[in-house]
Design a protein around this ligand. Sequence first.
Ligand code: SF4
Length: 114
Amino acid sequence: MDIEDIYNLIPDFMCTDGCHECCQNFGVPSRTQVEDQRLEAFLRKNSMKPGKAKGTTCPYLDEKGCAIHPARPLICRLYGTSPNYRCKMKVAPVRLLHEDEEADIFYLYQTHFF
Ligand code: SF4
């Protein structure tokens, strides 16, 4: 199983234009080793440097949004898509995940990538 197989279980989510509410409140997003490697590869490929913590704001948030969007970790993808991670701005995917689907995603994530 690849990490992308788990990402593919998460519904697409269209943020409100210009909103970065969630990226300003949780600091550096948690990642597994595999996600760190994906992030490092993305940074290398794009001649970028690892971000430094900025209080509660994610180091990868810039004026245009998430600077590492294709390589963002699972928690960033999950936010807003399940009842336990509702977007404060009340944006949601067409079909919100059921709590059991969210639990399955975490189970797969933890059993394969921790
Ligand atoms: S990695 Fe990207 S999506 Fe995740 S919190 Fe940081 S800026 Fe937001």
